[in-house]
Design a binder for this molecule. Sequence first.
Ligand SMILES: Cc1cc2nc3c(=O)[nH]c(=O)nc-3n(C[C@H](O)[C@H](O)[C@H](O)COP(=O)(O)O)c2cc1C
Length: 144
Amino acid sequence: MKVLIAYLSYSGNTEEVAEYIEEKLTSEGMQVDTHEIGLDLVPDVSAYDYIFLGTFTWEKGATPDEVKDFVLDVGYKPEHVAVFGSGDTQFGGDDLFCKAAEKLAVFYESQWEPLKIEQSPRGSQESMVEDWLEGVMRDVYVTA
Ligand SMILES: Cc1cc2nc3c(=O)[nH]c(=O)nc-3n(C[C@H](O)[C@H](O)[C@H](O)COP(=O)(O)O)c2cc1C
């Protein structure tokens, strides 16, 4: 099972979620590659069974340009994309909270609800990451 974690993070919150997911998947014996959107060369996404795509949300619910470019570079909709996001309810409340992650999940017709984390996942939200990941992995093992 090959897994790609691709994410964009400016101030580290989304990166923390990505690292947490990587730790968990690696401990389950999965082969995990990580891709920092906007920094690394875009990988051949078709080489992966599952893609975890992470983004923060920008001005008024916007998806960051780097993530849009990544989506265009990938150029097709892989079958199994699980989306995670970091956001802040101070910027527009529940309506705009992690809107970019929501939009990506819809775009990729993801079978999983996007994970939405308020700022950093460390502390009380770690269990949210774990629960969400458990749900995704349950489906992964059923499909395998
Ligand atoms: C100018 C600006 C606009 C933002 N707009 C939103 C928003 O509309 N919705 C949201 O959920 N978070 C919004 N945020 C919060 C960021 O998405 C949040 O801080 C996120 O954790 C940053 O992720 P990063 O640390 O991976 O860069 C905004 C932050 C900034 C600085």
